[in-house]
Design a protein around this ligand. Structure first.
Ligand code: ATP
Ligand code: MG
Length: 589
C-alpha cells in the first residue's frame, strides 16, 4: 500500500472528541481490573450483564431515556425506555422463575428482531440462565442440533416459527421442557398445545425482580460460530465479558451519551448480541433495531430518518449498497452520521473509500471472532486509516503474529510484513471459556499464554494488522502462499465487480491454481470479453503468480447468515465434493 492511500483524519471527521485520543498512552495505562471498576457490580462481588445493561440504568438518571426503537415495515415504531425495558426483562425473569428455570440452565431464543427477543435475552441473563439466540431463518435440523448440544430447557419463539420449525421435531429435543410463544403478527395463535403464551405469563408476573448474583466466571451466553469454515462450534461466554463490551463500546465504537446507534447484526450472530444488545445499553445510548432484511433504500432511509450517529455493519451489507449504485444514496442525507464501523469479513479498500465518497465518512474495519466475545483489533475514530487494514489492538488487548512449531509451541514473528497466525494473549474478560462438548478443540486453540485465532495476518511497522486469510483458505500455488482477500480486493477495484470469492483449485503441476468467482454490479453483463478484461486487470494488479487463472461469474456468492462468503462451498461445488455443514447458509446461496 502506498502512503498516498492513507486516509488522514481531520477535525471535520471528528465531530465529537473521540474516547480514544492517545492510543499509546491509553494502552500503556489500561488495566482490566481498573476498567472493571466502571461497572456497577452487585453486592458481594457479583456481576451480571443484565444489571449493568439495564437494571442500574432503570433506577438512575437514564430511566426515561429511550433504550430501543424497534422498526418494522407496516407497523408503528415501538420505543422502550430503559425503565420499561428493565420492567419487561424483569417480568420475563419472573416467568422463568415461575417455571422453575434455574441459574445455569439454557434458554434458546428463535425469533426475528422483535422486542421479545431482546427482553428475553436480558431477562434470561437477569435470572442467571444461559442464553443462546438463534437465527430465526434456521431450519428445523440446525435448530434441533443446537438445542440438543446446548441442552436447551426453555425456548422462546413465535407461533409461526413453532409451527414451521419446532412442533414436528420437538420429540427430538428431549431436554426442552418449556416453549414460550409470542404472536408473530397481531392476533396470532398462541394457544398451542404443549406451549405457553408468553404475553399472558408476563402480564401476570411482577414487574420487579432481583438480579441473580452471578459471578464473573459464570456462563452467560452461548454463541455458535458462523460455520464459514466448517461445522459451527458452540462458544461459551461468561458474565465477566461485560467489561470487554464496555471497553470496546467506548474505544472501538466511540459511543457517546447522545448517540443513536444502529448495529445491523442479528443476535443470532455474536455481533448482534455483544453490540446489538450489551454494549450500547451499558453506555446508555439509544439503539435502533430493524426487523426487516437488507434493502438498500430502506437502510439509507433508516440512517436518515432515525438520525443514526454511529453505525456498525458488515462488509456484505456495504458491498450490497455499493452494488445498488450511487444514485439511490443521493436521495438521502445523513448529517448526523459521525462514525461507521464494519466487522465480519475483511473490508476491501474499495469499500473503505466508497464510504468516504458516498457517506462522507470512511468505514472503520474492526476484527474479532465469536471466540473473542468482543472487538479486539480496530480502526478507531481518531486515527488515520490504512484502507485494507483491520487497525490496531485495543487497550487491554495484546496481539501478535506467531508461527506454530512442531510440538505445539509458537514462535513470535517480529518482522514487519511477515505473515503468520494472528494470536491474542489470553486473559481478556470476554474470552470464550470453552467449545461446548469439544474440550479437545478448545485446548488446541491455545499455546501457552497465546490464543491462536486460525486467521493469518501481518503487522506493519506502525503496528497495524492486515488480514491475509483464514488458515484454511490460504492458497498454495507454485511455492507462493496466496491470501484470497488480496485477490478479491484487487478484483473489487474493477468497476464491474460487486463481490469476489477466491479459492485454490488443486492442480497437478503447481499445487493449486487461483480461481475467482465474481458477481457483477447493476448495469454490467457477464461476457467473455469482460472475463478477459478481469483476468487482465488482476494480472496487472497482482502479477501472474498471484492473479487468478480462472474467473467464473455467479449471480451472487454463497454466504452465511452472518453475511460471510463461504469459500469452502465455492470450492466443494467446483470440485464436486460434498458440501458439508450448510446449516448457516443463507437462503438462495
Ligand atoms: P467458523 O468458525 O464456524 O468457521 P466464522 O469464523 O466465520 O465461522 P465468526 O466467529 O462469526 O465465525 O467469525 C470470525 C471470523 O471472521 C474471524 O476469525 C475472521 O476470519 C473473520 N473476520 C471477522 N472480522 C474480520 C475483519 N475485520 N477482517 C477480516 N476477517 C474478519
Ligand atoms: Mg471461526
Amino acid at each position: 500500500m502506498d502512503a498516498s492511500s492513507i486516509i488522514r483524519k481531520t477535525a471535520i471527521d471528528l465531530r465529537l472528541a473521540p474516547n480514544l485520543a492517545d492510543y499509546e498512552r491509553e494502552r500503556a495505562r489500561f488495566f482490566w481490573p481498573v476498567a472493571g471498576r466502571e461497572l456497577a457490580g452487585l453486592p458481594g462481588g457479583a456481576l451480571n450483564i443484565a444489571w449493568e445493561a439495564v437494571g442500574r440504568h432503570a433506577r438512575g438518571p437514564l430511566r426515561d431515556k429511550i433504550a430501543y426503537r424497534f422498526l418494522a415495515r407496516d407497523r408503528p415504531v415501538r420505543s422502550l425506555t430503559y425503565e420499561k425495558l428493565a420492567e419487561l426483562s424483569s417480568r420475563f425473569c419472573q416467568v422463568l422463575r415461575l417455571l422453575g428455570v434455574k441459574k445455569g440452565e439454557r434458554l434458546f431464543i428463535l425469533a426475528g428482531r422483535i422486542p421479545e427477543l431482546y427482553l428475553a435475552v436480558l431477562g434470561g441473563l437477569q435470572n442467571g440462565t444461559v442464553v443462546s439466540p438463534l437465527f430465526s431463518a434456521f431450519g428445523p435440523e440446525p435448530i434441533a442440533t443446537r438445542v440438543n448440544l446446548g441442552e436447551g430447557r426453555v425456548l422462546v419463539t413465535t407461533d409461526a416459527l413453532y409451527e414451521r420449525k419446532i412442533a414436528k421435531w420437538r420429540d427430538g429435543m428431549p431436554t426442552l421442557k418449556h416453549v414460550l410463544l409470542v404472536a408473530e403478527e397481531e392476533g396470532g395463535r398462541t394457544d398451542v398445545a404443549g406451549t405457553l403464551d408468553l404475553a399472558t405469563l408476563m402480564a401476570q408476573a411482577p414487574g420487579e425482580c432481583d438480579t441473580a448474583p452471578t459471578a464473573a466466571d459464570d456462563m452467560a451466553l452461548l454463541h455458535f460460530t458462523s460455520g464459514t469454515t466448517g461445522t459451527p462450534k458452540g462458544a461459551v461466554h461468561v458474565h465477566g465479558a461485560v467489561a470487554t463490551h464496555w471497553a470496546t463500546g467506548k474505544y472501538a465504537l466511540d459511543l457517546h451519551d447522545e448517540d443513536v446507534f444502529w448495529c445491523t447484526a442479528d443476535p443470532g450472530w455474536v455481533t448482534g448480541t455483544s453490540y446489538g444488545i450489551v454494549a450500547p445499553l451499558l453506555h446508555g445510548v439509544t439503539s435502533v433495531v430493524d426487523r426487516e432484511e437488507f434493502d438498500a433504500e430502506r437502510w439509507y432511509g433508516i440512517l436518515q430518518d432515525e438520525k443514526v450517529s454511529v453505525w456498525y455493519t458488515a462488509p456484505t451489507a456495504i458491498r450490497m449498497l455499493m452494488k445498488a449504485g450511487a444514485d439511490i444514496v443521493k436521495k438521502y442525507a445523513f448529517p448526523g452520521l459521525r462514525f461507521v464501523a464494519s466487522v465480519g469479513e475483511p473490508l476491501n479498500p474499495e469499500a473503505v473509500l466508497w464510504g468516504k465518497e458516498v457517506l462522507g465518512l470512511p468505514i472503520h474495519d474492526n476484527w474479532w471472532q465469536t471466540e473473542t466475545g468482543g472487538i479486539m483489533i480496530a480502526n478507531t475514530p481518531a486515527f488515520d486509516i490504512k484502507p485494507g487494514s483491520m487497525g490496531r489492538p485495543l487497550p487491554g488487548i495484546e496481539a501478535a503474529i506467531v508461527e506454530r512449531r512442531e510440538g505445539g509451541s509458537v514462535k513470535l514473528v517480529e518482522t514487519p510484513g511477515k505473515e503468520g497466525e494472528l494470536a491474542l494473549k489470553a486473559g481478556w474478560p470476554s474470552m470464550f471459556r470453552g467449545y461446548l462438548n469439544n474440550e479437545e478443540r478448545y485446548r488446541k486453540s491455545f499455546s501457552g499464554e497465546w490464543y491462536l485465532t486460525g486467521d493469518l495476518a501481518t503487522r506493519d511497522a506502525d503496528g497495524y494488522y492486515w488480514f491475509v486469510g483464514r488458515a484454511d483458505d490460504v492458497i498454495k500455488s507454485a511455492g507462493h502462499l496466496i491470501g484470497p482477500f488480496e485477490v478479491e480486493s484487487a478484483l473489487m477495484e474493477h468497476a464491474a465487480v460487486a463481490e469476489a470469492g477466491v479459492i485454490g483449485k488443486p492442480d497437478p503441476v503447481v499445487g493449486e491454481v487461483v480461481k475467482a468467482f465474481v458477481s457483477l454490479k447493476k448495469g454490467f453483463e457477464e461476457s467473455e470479453a469482460l472475463r478477459m478484461e478481469l483476468l487482465g486487470h488482476a494480472r496487472k494488479r497482482l502479477g501472474a503468480a498471484v492473479a487468478p487463472k480462472e474467473i467464473a461469474f455467479l449471480p451472487s456468492l454463497p454466504r452465511t447468515r452472518s453475511g460471510k462468503i463461504m469459500r469452502r462451498l465455492l470450492k466443494a461445488r467446483e470440485l464436486g465434493l460434498p458440501e458439508g455443514d450448510i446449516s448457516t447458509l443463507e437462503a438462495g446461496g
